[in-house]
Design a protein around this ligand. Structure first.
Ligand code: NDP
Length: 253
């Protein structure tokens, strides 16, 4: 079914590693034209080269590397304009960039809350509002959000992260409800534990204290980033409104 996405122009934020990277491979395989954005340009170039290898019918000009700190909301409009002038259209925006940090609820500083909400929520909302105006004008478009199961159920020691993903879901369910007649689907993807760098970083707080273990032992409960990217591609092609990607896990306290 993912072949139906051929020639779609898709902008993926956070495409330099993990889930965004593997979604890029799945979409390149389906013949999408891609805008790969994140801060680490060298990694994006590597992802681009791999995408071109996955699909020999794609040309180098079909994949754009866009170095962008999504938190810098002033850079959204020039970035969006450059995409339209290069590709002539944008079909799908994947809001995927994000990070987490684990800490005890009472220890979290407000500055950490603000920083994480700025990345995980406000930057995605700002970018999507800009793109929403374009989608509404075109009468077509598709938002994809990499949210989290932590945006549906609480996860211990992830208060800020969980709060940010609940908020993200609220924003986009509300967009979907408001624009139900405008043919702009919203796909909210809620992964559980996926094998990426994200968890290793998240499990150590600023003072080096570890919350839980990021070990091979519990990695059997994680889904590979490749599988997550492939499943996301299928969810996008089918315009599912919500998808959960997880293995059953047992939480121990
Ligand atoms: P990674 O750390 O591998 O990917 C995070 C991506 O976000 C990177 O490409 C990073 O690129 C990008 N990013 C971070 N900050 C910024 C920024 N300021 N501007 C632009 N890009 C940024 O982790 P994942 O692939 O796991 O995470 C991707 C998404 O998946 C996140 O939204 C995360 O919340 C979500 N998720 C992950 C789960 C997991 O278990 N791994 C579970 C549920 C949800 P760069 O550093 O180059 O800017």
């Amino acid at each position: 079914p993912i072949g139906s996405l051929k020639d779609k122009v898709v902008w993926i934020t956070g495409a330099s590693s993990g889930i965004g990277e593997h979604l890029a491979y799945a979409l390149a395989g389906a013949g999408c034209k891609l805008i790969l954005s994140a801060r680490r340009g060298q990694l994006l170039e590597r992802v681009k080269a791999e995408c071109l290898q996955k699909n020999a019918s794609l040309k180098s000009s079909d994949i754009e590397v866009l170095v962008l700190d999504v938190c810098d909301t002033d850079s959204h409009e020039p970035a969006f304009r450059s995409i339209i002038s290069k590709f002539g259209k944008l079909d799908i925006l994947v809001n995927n960039a994000g990070r987490s940090q684990r800490a005890r609820w009472e220890d979290i500083e407000l500055s950490v809350d603000k920083e994480m909400f700025h990345l995980n929520v406000f930057s995605q909302v700002a970018l999507s509002r800009l793109v929403a105006k374009y989608f509404l004008q075109m009468g077509a478009g598709h938002f994809v959000i990499t949210s989290s199961l932590a945006g549906i159920a609480p996860v211990p020691f992830s208060g800020t992260y969980s709060g940010s993903k609940f908020a993200l879901n609220g924003y986009f369910y509300s967009f979907a409800a408001e624009k139900i007649d405008n043919r702009i689907p919203v796909t909210i993807v809620c992964p559980g534990s996926i094998q990426t760098d994200f968890l290793a970083e998240a499990y150590t707080n600023k003072s080096g204290e570890k919350y839980g273990e990021h070990t091979n032992e519990n990695s059997k409960n994680k889904v590979s980033a490749q599988r997550c990217g492939t499943l996301m591609g299928i969810a996008i092609a089918n315009q599912l409104s919500e998808v959960w990607i997880a293995k059953p896990v047992v939480l121990q306290f």
